[in-house]
Design a protein around this ligand. Structure first.
Ligand code: ATP
Ligand code: MG
Length: 406
């Protein structure tokens, strides 16, 4: 095949300092795992001054794109030709790549961009670009230089031992390699926001586990399945996702019975957080993640968030707090959770939703309402003890896991 490698770039800024080695090991391992899951192969990955190189061994590069599009920490990637640093090899490589990019087209505009990371190379970047442009124009008809809007932008990069040549560049997910940022517990409802919140923290390198509160029989089996489908979609990025299913019926009934109508949502959230904190401690997580978004509903005003936040000292990450709904929806569509999130099954909040929830609940009022529930501490312990743990795998990975069991 035409290309030798896929050159993988990662955000260099994040790599300063002594974490670099660990960071790269994680990125390397995550790429391998995704490729293994997606195409069933163990790829060879080489390191090269601030980049990784996935060896193609004769394969089409596009075979690996789906896997790479699911790995956090990749800023961009390109299929590349690799040549020696001899001028004739570079020129031949550039010509071959140019022809490949041109395909059947008769006329194209182009530019050549040269970069010289290896300062021992005898030509300056400018001179190299000029020579390559000359060579390519001498061998192909119908070319016009256009530095601003070129149809083909051919890049030549001179490194210590080799030159890399490409005309393509695809954006990666960005962020940091999964597993480099501790563990967080995501409160996962069936809505649009919480899967996006969890994904956003994964993208910053955080290992995420999910907690879902269900109120069977007030909420259906379908509502639970919907959340597990969302978990599976998120696991396409993380490989696997542990989901804790917490029975919440008894507590909701108690809230419904004893607590004032307009305080129910606030109380419910405070109790959810207490339970989440305990599960987080059991699972050695350092933070709780929610899909809260300022002003979206009554429980997401600053006053509500303040009152809800009082029950825990654990950091609560709310990555979507300042997003607009359209922005959240755009991410949900991109990560393929949107269609599942808009399925109509009730979650436990919609079932018990009061007509006029308080938008400015007071902390002492919350405490008074909660005091009306007998044995609240015990009910919380029971919910934790009776929670069920399910592991979901991303679609392609699930197939492999099942295959291995046989
Ligand atoms: P989402 O789209 O994430 O459901 P939402 O707009 O419906 O959010 P709320 O229902 O007010 O907002 O929930 C706010 C946050 O509380 C959610 O983003 C989620 O993190 C958490 N949450 C709500 N309901 C549940 C639940 N049943 N189980 C777990 N977490 C929940
Ligand atoms: Mg919701």
């Amino acid at each position: 095949m035409h290309y030798d490698y896929i050159l993988i770039r990662y955000g260099e800024l994040a790599l300063k300092g002594k974490n670099q080695k660990e960071f790269l090991q994680k990125l390397n391992r995550n790429i391998k795992e995704h490729v293994k899951a997606d195409v069933g192969e163990n790829p060879r990955i080489e390191r090269e001054q601030g980049r990784l190189l996935l060896y193609l061994d004769g394969a089409e590069p596009s075979k690996y794109y789906n896997a790479l599009n699911h790995v956090f920490g990749i800023s961009s990637y390109s299929p590349v030709l690799r040549t020696s640093l001899k001028m004739e090899d570079i020129l031949e490589g550039a010509l071959s790549e140019f022809k490949q990019a041109m395909g059947e087209r008769k006329e194209v505009t182009f530019r050549i961009t040269a970069r010289r990371a290896n300062k021992l190379f005898p030509l300056s970047s400018m001179d190299l670009a000029t020579e390559v442009a000359q060579y390519v124009s001498d061998h192909i008809e119908g070319l016009t230089v256009d530095l601003k809007h070129a149809d083909i932008d051919l890049k030549v990069e001179i490194r210590d031992e080799f030159a890399y040549i490409t005309t393509q560049k695809f954006p990666g997910l960005g962020g940091l390699p999964l597993g480099s940022g501790g563990k967080g517990m995501l409160l996962l409802s069936g809505g649009i926001d919480s899967p996006v919140a969890g994904w956003s923290m994964m993208r910053r390198g955080m290992t995420v586990e999910a907690i879902h509160f269900h109120s069977y029989p007030y909420t259906s089996e379908m509502a639970k399945e919907k959340v597990l489908t969302l978990a599976e979609k998120m696991a396409c990025y993380s490989g696997r996702l542990v989901v804790h299913l917490v029975p919440f019926t008894k507590i909701q009934e108690e809230i419904g019975h004893y607590c004032h109508d307009n305080m129910r949502i606030t109380i419910m959230r405070r109790i959810m957080l207490r339970i989440a904190e305990k599960i987080a401690q059991n699972r050695e997580a350092l933070a709780i993640i929610t899909g809260d978004n300022l002003g979206q509903v009554a429980s997401q005003t600053p006053e509500s968030i303040y009152a809800i936040n009082q029950v825990t000292n654990m950091p609560i990450f709310r990555p979507l707090i300042a997003f607009d709904k359209e922005e959240i929806m755009a991410v949900a569509k991109k990560i393929d959770t949107y269609e599942t999130s808009i399925l109509p099954y009730e979650d436990c909040c919609t079932v018990f939703v009061p007509k006029e929830p308080k938008t400015k609940p007071k902390v002492d009022a919350c405490q008074l309402e909660e005091a009306k529930i007998e044995n609240l501490a015990e009910l919380i312990e029971q919910a934790v003890a009776n929670s069920e743990m399910v592991v979901k795998y991303g679609k392609v990975i699930e197939k492999r896991v099942q295959g291995e069991v046989k």
